[in-house]
Design a protein around this ligand. Structure first.
Ligand SMILES: NC(=O)c1ccc[n+]([C@@H]2O[C@H](COP(=O)([O-])OP(=O)(O)OC[C@H]3O[C@@H](n4cnc5c(N)ncnc54)[C@H](O)[C@@H]3O)[C@@H](O)[C@H]2O)c1
Length: 397
């Protein structure tokens, strides 16, 4: 059992608490910190917390607290992590870990020096669909991963601080790209170094300083390519989709807008449909169990099981720091319009990888390029002569 202090009583704090108290869970949120006393009191009433305060340090240091869960605006993550390190409290922190890689690196170093458990709450790397897809990828079912694309777009966040570049640290690249980058990184292989980024970003619609739409390519050392598409201007709900392409297979995942649940209503008696849904009438695409579909349940299970077993969770502060470093490069690239290197002063993965050869021998003298049965009944082979390099076509009888 974990006795949790929640820092932040807002949108994600409540989603986390719903997941933590879900089903027959024994884990309890025992303490809550919020900026305003009435919010802290309301959260404490709703979730049965025995302690609430508007003093963050008091909540972290409380004797009943084993695990601190950071659900605060991005500019407060670092200060909260430093207090956890000071009071030697295990900590899990929402995404993005930092507003930039410097902040994230300081957080990672602080928890490592303090010797405390730390986990990065990247929920979209724990959705049931993602976990199943990763099993296939890890077993080699897709062969060598060549391209992993992840898209998260919606009509924009729900609180004012997200839209303020100083507090949030950026726009949709930081807010949504962090999920997409880590999804692609998992598929390509976390041990493979992201080397450079090419990014387009623009403020197309909203009257803000940060970007509200961006697309980027992330090049990995082994030749694989990651891609993210993020937007705060997309209309029609929350679009969470991944595509993975390997030498032996393909995965397409739609995590939210099309989960296989379709519903029509004229609008009578309808209420909440799903996160960021823009309509509650007509044909709707609800999500059966949001905390599960979004990965929160599997995420906290891994986090707390890891903490109790003395091992690292699947998503660590180190992962959060690598993601921040990729985002920093994306912001630089959007400015310079060039490929920008990913700066990783600490790198714990593999070094010097090159693209694997996938030449397939057809016979002693030829490589196989392609085999296909065409509509006229031919069984065709396209081959390359090993000695001359000539490409030739042959029919199998
Ligand atoms: N899928 C996800 O993992 C996911 C989804 C949404 C948000 N988040 C992250 O969670 C964090 C919080 O986001 P949110 O959506 O819950 O925000 P929110 O505005 O709904 O809630 C933030 C809470 O922080 C507290 N707070 C303390 N000081 C504050 C201050 N100076 N300004 C504003 N709030 C203050 C308040 O209790 C407030 O309710 C962010 O880092 C965000 O990126 C993660």
């Amino acid at each position: 059992m974990q006795r949790i202090a929640m820092l932040g009583s807002g949108f994600i704090g409540r989603f986390y608490a719903d997941s933590l108290h879900g089903q027959r869970s024994r884990d309890r949120v025992v303490a809550i910190y919020a900026r305003r006393e009435e919010s802290a009191r309301k959260f404490a009433d709703d979730y049965g917390c025995s302690f609430f305060s508007t003093d963050m340090e008091e909540v972290i240091a409380h004797a009943d607290v084993d695990m601190v869960c950071i659900a605060l605006p991005n500019n407060l993550h670092e200060a909260a992590v430093m207090l956890c390190a000071k009071h030697k409290k295990a900590v899990v922190c929402t995404k993005p870990l930092g507003r930039n890689a410097d902040e994230a690196l300081r957080m990672m170093q602080a928890v490592e020096e303090a010797g405390i458990f730390a986990g990065y709450l990247e929920d979209l790397c724990y959705t049931p669909k993602f976990l199943k897809a990763m099993e296939t990828v890890k077993s080699g079912g897709l062969g060598r991963i060549l391209w992993a694309k992840s898209r998260e777009t919606h009509p924009g966040p729900h609180s004012e601080w997200f839209w303020d570049k100083e507090q949030a640290g950026g726009g949709c690249i930081l807010d949504l790209g962090c999920h997409c980058i880590e999804i692609a990184r998992n598929y390509i292989g976390k041990e493979v170094r992201p080397v450079e980024v090419m990014c387009w970003a623009a403020t197309q619609v909203k009257p803000i300083d940060a970007e509200d739409h961006a697309i980027a390519l992330v090049k990995y050392e082994n030749g694989a390519i990651g891609q993210f598409e993020v937007s705060w201007t997309f209309r029609g709900g929350m679009d969470l989709r991944d595509e993975v392409m390997g030498t032996e297979g393909t995965i397409w995942i739609n995590s939210f807008l099309r989960t296989g649940f379709e519903m029509f209503t004229t609008g009578k008696g309808t209420a909440y449909v799903a996160e960021k849904a823009e309509s509650a009438t007509g044909w709707l695409f609800p999500v059966g169990d949001e905390v599960n579909e979004l990965g929160y349940n599997h995420m906290f299970t891994d986090m707390f099981t890891a903490a109790e077993a003395g091992r690292e969770p699947a998503e660590t502060f180190y992962d959060g720091y690598v993601v921040n470093a990729v985002i920093d490069a994306a912001y630089r690239s959007a400015q310079t319009k060039q490929w920008e290197p990913v700066r990783l002063p600490v790198w714990r993965g593999r070094e010097g990888l090159t693209q694997e050869s996938t030449l397939v021998d057809y016979d002693e003298n030829h490589y196989l390029i392609k085999e296909e049965i065409t509509h006229d009944g031919r069984h065709k082979l396209i081959l390359k002569d090993k000695a001359t390099g000539r490409i030739l076509e042959r029919d199998l009888i």
